[in-house]
Ligand binder design. Structure first.
Ligand code: ADP
Ligand code: MG
Length: 237
């Protein structure tokens, strides 16, 4: 199996790189489709690294992310999380506890304040409001959102601020894998740079495995490993 890991055993901050998510000869063919959207992909994703996946529209990037997220199971081959095939895991639990998703369109709840947006998913998981609020404050401060901004509605924030709130919300669980589909797609250069720094910091300093689909050349350049998808096939860029 081809290994797409970086040469280095440890990254700059000394976080040991460990493969947390592995694809073994994975293919996915949609029902009634005449060819595979993802074709025989083998790849290891390690903690402590940022991976950028680039490629033309229709090349299979979103399908690949949905396989990594456990939204679909491969039609051939297997996806392995921490030693277990996703086919043998409770996928609802895997998605809830092991994966954080960040989307281009933020998906914040418009009628909840920033603070409530970040507390809500924690409360759904049974965390009491008393515990959720300090944790949300810490997460929001970590992405540069001020106390005053926390009491606003999302519509009263800039696009870059909203995306930072979405990142803080996605970090509310203890998941160590962050999956992003064009997370900087709606942002200008300065805000994109800010999001890149946050995602790289999470990988290099806190050992997250960050995997993002992107059209942004800046994001691809900042990644530890750049991958290119074409006609369902994944290669080192
Ligand atoms: N629900 C679906 N049913 C059938 N074909 C699909 C479906 N979703 C995507 N596809 C096809 O799978 C291929 C890969 O799509 P996708 O993973 O969305 O690519 P990308 O994210 O790179 O634009 C495309 O040919 C697309 O038309
Ligand atoms: Mg897509």
């Amino acid at each position: 199996m081809k290994k797409f890991s970086s040469e280095k055993e440890h990254n700059k901050k000394g976080v040991k790189n460990m493969s947390i998510l592995t694809l073994e000869n994975v293919s996915y063919t949609y029902k009634n489709a005449h060819r595979a959207a993802v074709s025989n992909v083998s790849c290891q994703f390690e903690q402590g690294n940022v991976y950028a996946i680039v490629g033309p529209s229709g090349s299979g990037k979103s399908t690949l992310l949905s396989l990594l997220a456990g939204l679909d199971l491969p039609t051939a081959g297997k996806a392995v999380f921490d030693g277990d095939s996703l086919a043998n895991l409770n996928l609802d639990r895997y998605r809830r506890e092991s994966i954080s998703m960040i989307f281009q369109a933020f998906h914040l709840f418009p009628l909840m304040t920033v603070m409530e947006n970040v507390c809500f998913p924690m409360e759904l998981c049974g965390v009491s409001p008393k515990e959720a609020e300090p944790r949300a404050t810490e997460l929001l401060e970590g992405v540069g959102i001020t106390k005053e901004q926390m009491s606003r509605f999302p519509s009263k924030l800039s696009g870059g601020e909203r995306q930072r709130v979405a990142i803080a919300r996605s970090l509310a669980s203890n998941a160590k894998i962050i999956l992003g589909d064009e997370p900087t797609g709606n942002l200008d250069g300065a805000n994109t740079q800010n999001i890149i720094e946050i995602l790289c910091g999470l990988a290099h300093e806190k050992g997250y495995c960050v995997i993002i689909v992107t059209h942004d050349i800046e994001v691809a350049e900042a990644a530890d490993v750049a991958l290119r998808m074409k006609d369902g096939v994944l290669r080192v860029a």
